[in-house]
Every structure is written in C-alpha cells, then in structure tokens.
Design a binder for this molecule. Structure first.
Ligand code: HEC
Ligand code: HEC
Length: 313
C-alpha cells in the first residue's frame, strides 16, 4: 500500500516537473518568415485601404481616439498607436496598441512583408513572441491570401509617425503561458470567396470584420469590460429577442448613421460601444447588403441581451 502510494507520488512529481519545464520553455507555434515581396498593384492598394479603414478595424485600434464619445472617433496621428491596458486598471501586465505606421524605429517600417503578414494572421511578432490576442488574429486568420497581401501593401503607404509606445508588452504569469498557445501558423493557401455568391461573400465579410466573433455567431452576449462599465454584444439574429434590422435598407441606414462619428438612434453620446462603428459606417452598400443577407440566414437565437449596465445576457 505504502509502496503504491510512493510510486504514485513519484509519478506525480515527474509529471509536475515535466509540466513546469513545458511552461518555462514553451514557445508559440510559428513558422519561419520568407523573403516574400508583395507587389503593390493599384487593385491591392484600393482593396487594402478599404479593409484597413472600413472593415477590419485596424486603424480604429491602432490610432489614439476620443474615449469620451460613443464610437471613439480617431484623434491621434493615423496608425501611430492606440490605448494601453495596464496593471493600474487591473490588467495582468502591460499591453499598448503599437504604432503600425511606416516609421522604421517606432513603427513597422523596417519589418519585412512576411513579418507583417505573419503578425496579422498568425499572431507572431517580429521577435517570435506571441502577440497578445487583443490583436484579433483569431479573426484575421481567415483572411484570404490576396486580401492579406492587400492589407500589407496598403500599410506600406501609411505616413511614418514617430511615436514610441508608452509600455513594452509584458504579460504576467500564468496569463503569458496561455497566450503562447494562441498563435497558429497558416500552412495552406486561403482563396478569396466568390463575390457573386452573396451569402458566401456576406459570411466572409462578416468573418473578417469581426461580426461573427464579437457577436458569437449572431446570438450575442459577449461581455466587454470597459472603463465606462460592462458592454455586451447584441443578438443580431432574426429571433424576436434580436435587434437585427429586418430590411437591408434599415441595416445600411444603421451603419451610415455613424458616418461622422455621430450617435445612432436611441443611444447616448457616452454609451461606449466597443464595436468599430465609425469605420464600418464606410463599408460599401453591396458588402453591407451581403452581410445582412448572411445574417438573415443564421439560425435565430433566443437570447435576450441587455447591452449596457448590470443584468447580463
Ligand atoms: C482590438 C484592437 C486591435 C485591432 C482591431 C487590430 N490590432 Fe493590431 N495589435 C493590437 C495590439 C494590442 C497589438 C500588440 C500586442 C502585443 O504587443 O502583444 C497589435 C499588434 C499588431 C502588429 C504587430 C506590431 C508590433 O509592433 O508588435 C501588427 C503588424 C498589427 N497589429 C497590425 C494590425 C492590422 C493590419 C490590423 C487590421 C487587419 C490590426 N492590427 C487590428 C490591437 C489591435
Ligand atoms: C469588437 C466587437 C464587435 C465587432 C467586431 C462587431 N460588433 Fe456589433 N456590437 C458589438 C457590441 C458590444 C454591441 C452593443 C453595443 C452597441 O450597440 O454598439 C454591438 C451592436 C451591434 C448591433 C445593434 C445595434 C443597435 O441598433 O442596437 C448590430 C446590428 C451589430 N452590432 C452588427 C454588427 C456587424 C454587422 C458587425 C460586422 C460588420 C459587427 N456588429 C461587428 C460588438 C461588436
């Protein structure tokens, strides 16, 4: 009996040591970068500008903005870096949204095309570390090769902004360990879906714009802790508990109401939304209609969400 226990104890000790060694030496899954050179064709620059400015929220995060306003309109130099999460506000470490302008020292001007591409879709920084997943590479991993090339080509045209980020990224244990498990290398080509297929296209655009992730495939209820309180993503399915505008016209109108950073119907100026409305307001009519058509096809979810205040989903 005693011997049995000892063996179990020894096995446990070995397992614990192995686990500790794994924790200490683990590195994110990553591929080596190649010397890929992305050609900046006019088509790519146009598509990249649209994706970066109006679809995927890159500039929304990577630019300083007015945090007193509902949609956080941009105020800082474009791509010069955004907000910081710090220990002072209860975050386990420090992460600042970095400068992704073309400045070679404080931005990404000296990064190679493939280093930028890998950061965006695979979550690995230039030095090989895992990026904190506030950078939504879990969303961008589904961006097609052509679209991702377009994004990189466009980023190259951004004015250099000289601005150091206030804190170097540092995530405390054990959160840092879990983050190392987030990156995943992309090993197969990702084609761009057929624009002619409205549902398929709408689904793709709703993916790379983050709608599907933040709205939990439509049913909503994802919680965001913000300095002004808890915000939950709306149910955007056709169920009676959802708030999806029933017509494509109404859906387009809702997005356009944010064009100048003004407030959409029924919301106060300070009801902070984590959604990048200001950017999405400039999405093309065809794309908004395709996303709406896709949302109409999503299974209706019975989920009453209280977006602001206590109460939960
Ligand atoms: C929700 C906010 C958010 C959005 C949206 C976002 N990013 Fe980021 N991004 C971050 C944060 C935060 C980091 C830094 C993470 C870290 O240091 O671990 C980052 C890091 C990066 C990096 C690495 C730069 C460096 O110095 O480490 C690149 C390149 C980048 N983002 C490009 C993009 C592009 C392109 C898009 C749009 C397709 C985008 N980001 C969208 C928050 C965001
Ligand atoms: C970063 C997370 C995030 C992303 C990305 C996001 N949303 Fe939202 N969305 C929210 C949150 C949180 C709310 C609730 C607060 C508000 O009304 O803005 C919301 C609200 C909504 C509403 C309800 C607005 C109303 O009238 O009350 C609709 C419709 C919507 N989102 C659609 C979309 C679509 C379509 C996309 C993609 C193009 C998208 N969202 C992307 C987080 C997100």
């Amino acid at each position: 009996m005693k011997r049995g226990l000892l063996i179990v104890g020894a096995a446990l000790l070995i397992a614990l040591t192995a686990a500790a060694a794994f924790v200490l030496t683990h590195e994110p899954a990553r591929r080596s970068v190649t010397d890929l050179k992305i050609e900046a064709t006019p088509e790519r620059l146009e598509r990249g500008a649209y994706l970066v400015q109006n679809v995927s929220g890159c500039l929304h995060c990577h630019t300083a903005h007015d945090e007193a306003k509902r949609s956080h309109p941009k105020t800082g130099p474009l791509a010069g870096g955004g907000t910081c999460l710090t220990e002072e506000i209860g975050f386990p470490g420090y992460v600042c949204v970095p400068n992704i302008s073309q400045d070679p020292e404080t931005g990404i001007g000296a990064w190679t095309d493939d280093e930028i591409l890998r950061a965006i879709r695979e979550g690995v920084s230039r030095d090989g570390r895992a990026l904190f997943p506030m950078m939504p590479y879990s969303v961008y991993k589904d961006m097609s090769d052509e679209d991702a090339y377009s994004v990189v080509a466009y980023l190259r045209t951004l004015e250099p902004v000289r601005r150091e980020k206030p804190h170097v990224t540092k995530i405390n244990f054990p959160v840092d360990f879990f983050i190392e498990m987030e990156p995943a290398p992309i090993e197969a080509p990702i084609p761009t879906p057929d624009r002619g297929d409205q549902l398929e296209w709408g689904r793709y655009m709703a993916t790379i714009a983050g709608c599907r992730e933040c709205h939990m495939e439509g049913k909503g209820g994802m919680e965001f802790e913000t300095p002004s309180g808890v915000v939950r993503s709306s149910n955007i399915t056709t169920h009676a508990t959802g708030v999806l505008p029933p017509t494509a016209e109404g859906f387009v109108r809702l997005f356009r109401s944010y064009v100048d950073g003004s407030v959409a119907d029924g919301h106060s100026e300070t009801d902070f939304t984590v959604m990048h409305w200001e950017d999405l307001a400039g999405m093309s009519e065809d794309d908004l209609r395709a996303i709406h058509a896709y949302l109409l096809s999503v299974e209706p979810a019975d989920n009453q969400v209280q977006t602001y205040g206590d109460g939960g989903a």
